[in-house]
Design a binder for this molecule. Structure first.
Ligand code: IPM
Ligand code: MN
Length: 353
């Protein structure tokens, strides 16, 4: 019996989480996987009502689960940063989910904005470091509000943090067994301190322990160019936190949009948290129009991570069948030709066959 914590969160989070859980239930019924869900009402509404963002006790409770399933964090009535730092980033950091795993995979039947590129060309994985870099929170103001205002936001890289992300990426590249190529995405020509640490860690680890993996390097600006021009060059990309944030939104677009892009915040030795990578989409909240496939895919990744590969495959297979069927007209909000719940029903039906 697995224990899964569910954090539907803000905006359209609850709507897509419901569909993810619907499909999970349909698949798990077939494979015999048993789990119980515990709901947490964390997010903007609770903060506005009670002032609470993430009580300490809740973090310790969350450590006890096998996995966490998250909808979205971000509320239009809460100033930027409060929920993001206080809830999402705090969970990533305190649960030491040091990998943000973001597959970029174009499924057959999904419209791609890149001409002449299809499922064969768009199939790679981004391993984003998830606890350091510009997200460290270090920095501050001096003379705030005066003409002499100084602000700093410190990029923190540790050898330990870079190396564990790099090792995870090498292992993944080996197990994926596709092109056996790992690309380091950084900016070594400008960030000559922090990315020099990444560069040396990448080469030292690769040379010592992964001679079977081809090492490749691309500056982040060039990476965005290649992702559009030649996405087939990528197998696995390892990247620091902020650049990883940026390139995975581009990745989401080339795989068909935020409606299909799923990710996992992974602590290989602890509790991991799975989420659709898009945000809370306040303007679509409660309208039954957003695409739930990213959340459904995140539920699949969650099953894979806890060791229930058959359930994961059943979920991914159902998503693939639904997308290939042509029944879903588009993956953009309001243009699917059916509602959020109907897409969930359709995929749940396919997951139960
Ligand atoms: C993401 C999001 C978050 C991030 C925000 C909401 C803090 O953009 O998961 O990609 O920057 O990591
Ligand atoms: Mn992002």
């Amino acid at each position: 019996m697995y224990r899964i914590a569910v954090l539907p969160g803000d905006g359209t989070g609850p709507e897509v989480v419901a569909e993810g859980l619907k499909v999970l239930q349909a698949a798990a019924q077939k494979t015999g996987v048993k789990y119980e869900l515990t709901n947490y009402d964390l997010g903007g509404e609770r903060y506005l009502r009670t002032g609470e963002i993430l009580p300490d006790g809740v973090v310790d409770e969350l450590r006890q689960f096998d996995a966490i399933f998250l909808g979205a964090i971000g509320h239009p009535d809460v100033p930027p940063g409060i929920l993001e730092k206080g809830l999402l980033l705090r969970l990533r950091f305190e649960l030491d989910q040091y990998i943000n795993l973001r597959p970029v995979k174009l499924y057959p039947g999904v419209e791609c904005p890149l001409r002449d590129k299809g499922p064969k060309e768009i199939d790679f994985v981004v391993v984003r470091e998830n606890t350091e870099g510009l997200y460290s929170g270090a920095g501050g103001f001096q003379y705030k509000g005066t003409p002499h205002e100084v602000s700093t936001q410190v990029h923190v890289t540790t050898r330990f943090g870079a190396e564990r992300a790099i090792r995870y990426a090498f292992e993944l590249t080996r197990n994926r067994n596709k092109d056996k190529k790992l690309t380091l995405c950084a900016k070594t020509n400008v960030l000559t301190f922090v990315h020099d640490t990444w560069w040396r860690a990448f080469n030292e680890v690769g040379e010592a322990d992964y001679p079977d993996i081809t090492r490749d390097y691309a500056h982040v600006d060039a990476t965005t160019m290649w992702m559009v021009k030649n996405p087939e060059w990528f197998d696995v990309i390892v990247v620091e936190n902020m650049f990883g944030d940026i390139i995975t939104d581009l990745g989401a677009m080339i795989q068909g949009g935020l409606g299909v892009a799923a990710g996992g915040n992974i602590n290989p030795g602890g509790v991991s948290m799975f989420e659709p990578i898009g945000g809370s989409a306040p303007k679509y909240t409660g309208m039954n129009v957003v695409c739930p496939i990213a959340a459904i895919g995140a539920a699949g990744m969650m099953m894979e991570a806890i060791g229930e590969a058959a359930t994961a495959q059943r979920i991914e297979g159902a998503v693939e069948k639904a997308l290939a069927s042509g029944e879903i007209k588009s993956l953009s909000a309001g243009k699917m030709g059916m509602g959020t719940r109907e897409v969930g029903d359709f995929i749940a039906m396919l997951a139960a066959v």
